[in-house]
Each structure stands twice: as C-alpha cells, then as structure tokens.
Design a protein around this ligand. Structure first.
Ligand code: SF4
Length: 348
C-alpha cells in the first residue's frame, strides 16, 4: 500500500477509502493533502494509534481527488453514509454543543433531546439548538405543560379506549408525573389515543413555530373553563399558557438559525476547478462548475431561482433526518472558517 501511495498519490485535496481483503470499505477519510495524509499512516509508532488500527484491517487504499477541501468534506460525508464503514466511529458530527429535539414514533410519542439521527430513523427532528442542557430543561417543561410522557421507550401503553384495559383491571402507574398531573397517563388508561395524539399535535405545532396553535387551543380551553365556572381548571390552563409563552422565547433564542445557511457559495478549486454550491437551509441542493460564459451564467441563475423559490415563506422548523449530518457539517465549516462567508451570495 505504501508503494502505491508513493508512486501515485499527489498532494492535493481528496478523499480515500481503506478496503479489507474482501473489498469491504472499512474506513473513509479526507485530506487537504492526500499524499501527505496517506503516508502518515505508515509512520504510526504505536499499534494502538488510530492509523495503525485502520492499517491492520486494510489490504488496499484507493483515493480520488476533489477540487477543494470543502468538496472533499462533502464527498467524505456522502461516502460514510453510503458505506457505513465500521472504523469511522459514527458519522463525523460537529463536536460542539448542538442538539435536536426528536419526536419519537410509536403508540405514545415523547419528546427527547438527541445529538443527531440514528441510522434507520424516520422520526421527526427539530433544530439544531445550541446548548444541549438548556434545551433539555426547556423540553422537560414543554412535556410537563403538554402532559406528554417522558418514560422509557419500551413502557407498555394502555389507553382508556383500549379494550385490554378493562380486561386487566385498574392499574397504579407508580409514576409521580401522573399523580401530580404532569402526564396524561397513557400507560394507565389516563387518556384515550386521540387525547394523547392531540397533545402530540400541539407539541409539533409549537416546535414548528408555524402558528400560535398550541397557545390558541389553551386560550380557548381557558375561556371555556371560566365560562363554565371551573376556576381551578381555568387557573391551571392560564399557568400552562404563560409557561408556553416563556418557552417559545427560550426555544427561539436557543435555535441555530438554519436560514442563515442559504446562499450561493463559490469555492476556488485546485488548478482553476472552481465550483459553485447552491446551499439552502444548510444542505447543498446543487453544485456545478463556476460559470465561465454567459450561457453558463444564465443556467446557474435559472437553477438558483428554482431552488430558492419561496424563500420568503416562513420555513417549517422540522429537519428531515437525512439532512441533519450535512446541515451540521456546513454549520461547522462556516464556523471554523468564517472568512468563507465572503464567498457566499444571498439570492433574493
Ligand atoms: S404516567 Fe406512565 S406514561 Fe406517563 S411518564 Fe409516567 S410511566 Fe410514563
């Protein structure tokens, strides 16, 4: 492998793959200087070093050049997603304090804070938020206000409209959240499936930030309770409403503005291989060589207006699972190299 690198690798940006004897891709990496990076593997002094461990598993190396370090970073992410090499310990996520809110699937969804999507996950994610701990506290409060569960994922649910409940008789949940009115109690027949779903819908609307839906519902319920002289219930609804309003501000402050990452980004490339990336909400939607003629410029303009159409609309805050890694990669790139923003151009 060393001889192959010495004979063929040049010092320019690119990605490389380490392959096992059976052809399995065991590791994918990138570098600004492929030759230097690959030769460094053969200088590992200790067997426990990462490079030595990778070489022990590899029988062959192949590499591919990219126009720039940015292109290498994108290509590395895509290859890791495609091959899921076992030595790439999880996807290369940004190490900073980003977190997402996930609404789990299943009979009684709950809200949790996670660092990123799990491999085959199709849950709904909101974010990213900066400050995992603060967002966790705010989320706990939101779950309390909306009376959503926060227990183990495998907890068995028994909704009030499920036949099974009557067969099994009364239950005691043994959970303080139900006792003190902070969970609807889907595990003990404390609510029907539709009651619980309605609360999850409120949570979604709240996190989407697209409307004042959750507040409106609570306000209406509060007014009804007052009209029916249910003052205790009206007071409890008023408290929830106030807490939600505070939480809304808190979520807005903690949320990383994904919309900032929507622009045309021109990256100078190796020996004039400049490329243009059309980035919308932190994800590269298209890339093409930097236009050199008026025909190419018109093509780019058309593509950009297709991609950025509807840019003035208020975007939903949910992030599709498959976009999370790229979004984190781009936010990390522009935070590490803020001067790169000078190569971006907003499309109005
Ligand atoms: S009451 Fe039941 S569903 Fe709610 S948090 Fe407690 S154990 Fe979970």
């Amino acid at each position: 492998m060393r001889a192959a690198v010495r004979a063929g690798a040049a010092d320019r940006p690119g990605i490389y793959r380490m392959l096992s004897s059976s052809g399995e891709v065991v590791y994918v990496g990138k570098s600004k200087q492929i030759r230097t990076r690959l030769l460094s593997y053969f200088r590992c002094a200790y067997p426990e070093e990462k490079g030595a461990r990778i070489l022990r598993e590899a029988e062959a190396i192949d590499w591919q050049y990219t126009p720039s370090e940015f292109a290498a970073l994108l290509q590395e992410l895509r290859l890791i997603k495609r091959f899921r090499p076992r030595l790439n310990v999880a996807m290369k996520r940004d190490g900073t304090n980003y977190a997402f809110i996930k609404i789990t699937r299943g009979a009684a969804p709950k809200l949790t804070v996670v660092r990123g999507p799990s491999a085959e996950d199709a849950s709904v994610y909101y974010g990213p938020f900066v400050g995992a701990q603060r967002i966790e506290e705010a989320l706990r409060e939101l779950s309390d206000v909306l009376m959503l569960r926060d227990c183990r994922s495998d907890m068995k649910m028994h909704f009030s409209d499920q036949q099974e409940l009557f067969q099994l008789g009364a239950r005691t949940p043994g959970c303080i959240r139900y006792e003190i009115g902070k969970c609807l109690g889907p595990c003990v027949g404390g609510c029907s499936v539709s009651d619980y779903e309605a609360r999850v819908a409120l949570a979604r609307a709240f996190l989407d930030g697209a409307s004042d839906g959750p507040m409106e519902v609570l306000r209406r319920q509060m007014e009804e309770a007052s009209e029916q002289l249910q003052f205790e219930r009206a007071a409890s609804l008023r408290d929830k409403l106030q807490r939600l309003e505070v939480l809304r501000g808190q979520f807005a402050r903690l949320r990383f503005a994904v919309e900032q990452l929507s622009f045309v980004y021109t990256v100078p490339g190796h020996e004039g291989e400049d490329r243009v990336y059309l980035v919308k909400r932190g994800v590269v939607r298209a890339e093409l060589p930097k236009p050199r003629s008026s025909w190419q410029r018109t093509k780019l303009k058309r593509l950009a207006s297709d991609i950025f159409a509807g840019g003035a609309e208020k975007p939903a805050l949910a992030v599709p699972t498959h976009e999370i890694d790229e979004l984190l990669l781009l936010s990390s790139w522009f935070r590490r190299f803020p001067e790169e923003m000078t190569h971006t151009r907003q499309v109005s």
